[in-house]
Design a protein around this ligand. Structure first.
Ligand SMILES: [Zn+2]
Length: 446
């Protein structure tokens, strides 16, 4: 029989990681006799939900097992979550969902909405009841939402892979010891097959997280083979407890939906809007750049934040009349600010001419004249020529901005943001491994 296991919200800023629980389960369930019909799924949900500050990732394991094993397997999942979830943290509300059989389309749709917008726990519970799934919520049990969404998101369109390597328990909480030049070498060697491993603007290595969680590093790439090869090329100066390859919606822009019009943009739902820049950008305290975009239905503030390097530089060079697409999360209005799109990407589709007025040149000596004041004409300081009939001239200045797509720097990209390097590499339709069996050795090692 087929069984889908969804997990969410077991970690906290103090440690733990739901991917680690999934990694432990891959080994445990395999030992109990389960086979895997897919790579473990790491599904990033809407990063703009108000109650989440971290990566908002939910996990799914899809297994095939003999029916009589089912209860033992479920028991093992529950016990492992109980042992490893951080119950002490106030905002951690673990959830586990078990769904037998195939994934109904209604649960697929629920998952899509959990990625692009907001869904309620009651809705999750009624789907669980309707389709004979089982759910276990600890504390407030908000993790049930993510658990069900992870089951529903079967990554049938674009997807990527991440190999996550975990630290041994004695090293957790200490600085991670990875040979940085081996990461750069790996990234160069694998080229387009991997992404978001190095931020070349700053030279920073991006595969290692910070903080006390058990993740040593994660390598992102286009194929399972590529991330596994990446793992072999990275030199770790500390032992690795285990690694697992996840199939994921990271780096696919799955959270962004094109808004029909600016007036329909809603807080917390990431969007793509298009319109004309209606107010020149201004730089506010902290170096953030704010500009306005307008269409026939309305106008909205857009922000490019300081750490977003190339994106912020492009935003600064926009001018009234430029036609752009802005991609990003939507922050609700506050007493201090109107509703604002936090830009992750800007596509410049049309540049308005940038016209500036200049004083005319002196007809005698060619020097630029000075204005004598409104209606009083122009005077040449060099030769003394004066005329009331000279007029200001309008010249078109060359734009410093080029048409095209500008993306936040890798170091400040969200998990879901599709990096520039992935454009053109999007996968269409699912590869053949769903409904097949993936050998444990291909998914995981410990
Ligand atoms: Zn002159």
């Amino acid at each position: 029989m087929k069984l889908h296991i969804g997990l969410d919200d077991t970690d906290s800023p103090h440690g733990g990681c739901t991917t680690y629980i999934a990694a432990l389960l891959v080994e445990k369930l395999h030992k109990l006799g389960a086979s895997f019909s897919d790579y473990p799924g790491l599904v990033r949900l809407n990063p703009n939900v108000p109650w989440k500050t971290r990566g908002n990732g939910a996990l799914c394991l899809r297994i095939i097992c003999e029916e009589h094993l089912q209860e033992d397997l479920k028991e093992c999942v529950i016990r492992t979550v109980e042992e490893h979830a951080d119950f002490s943290y106030k905002g951690t509300d673990p959830g586990i969902v078990f769904l037998p059989g195939d994934v109904p389309s209604e649960i697929e749709e629920f998952a899509k909405r959990a990625i692009i917008g907001l869904v309620e726990k009651d809705e999750a519970l009624s789907l669980i009841k309707k389709y004979n799934a089982e759910a276990l919520g600890f504390k407030r049990g908000r993790g049930i939402i993510g658990g069900l969404a992870a089951i529903g998101e079967q990554l049938k369109s674009d997807y990527t892979y991440e190999l996550i390597a975990y630290r041994t328990s004695e090293n957790r909480g200490t600085p991670r010891r990875i040979n940085a030049s081996s990461v750069i070498e790996m990234d160069r060697k694998l080229g387009q097959l991997v992404f978001s491993n190095v931020d070349y603007e700053t030279g920073r290595i991006l595969i290692t997280p910070r903080g006390p969680d058990p993740v040593l590093y994660g390598i992102r790439g286009e194929t399972a083979e590529a991330v596994r090869l990446g793992h072999e090329l990275v030199v770790s100066e500390e032992p690795i407890e285990r690694w697992v390859i996840f199939r994921t919606n990271q780096g696919t822009d799955a959270h962004l939906r094109r808004a029909v019009s600016i007036s329909e943009v809603k807080p917390y739902s990431p969007v793509i809007v298009s319109g004309e820049v209606s107010e020149n950008p201004r730089v506010i305290k902290g170096g953030h750049v704010i500009f306005k975009v307008r269409d026939e239905t309305g106008e909205i503030d857009c922000a490019a934040y300081e750490p977003t390097g190339a994106l912020r530089e492009a935003a600064k060079k926009l001018t009234r009349g430029d036609f752009v697409e802005v991609y990003g999360g939507v922050r609700p209005a506050s007493p201090a600010n109107p509703m604002t799109i936090n830009a992750e990407k800007i596509r410049v589709l049309r540049l308005a001419p940038l016209r500036v007025c200049q004083n005319p040149l002196c007809p005698l000596c060619g020097k630029r004249t000075k204005s004598m004041g409104r209606g009083k004409g122009f005077e040449c300081k060099k030769c003394g020529f004066h005329s009331r009939s000279l007029r200001k001239i309008v010249i078109e200045k060359e734009r410093q901005l080029k048409l095209g797509l500008y993306v936040t720097s890798p170091r400040s990209q969200r998990h879901l943001t599709k990096p520039l390097s992935r454009y053109g590499q999007e996968k269409r339709g699912i590869s053949n491994h769903i409904d097949g069996i993936i050998p444990y050795e291909k998914i995981s090692s410990c």
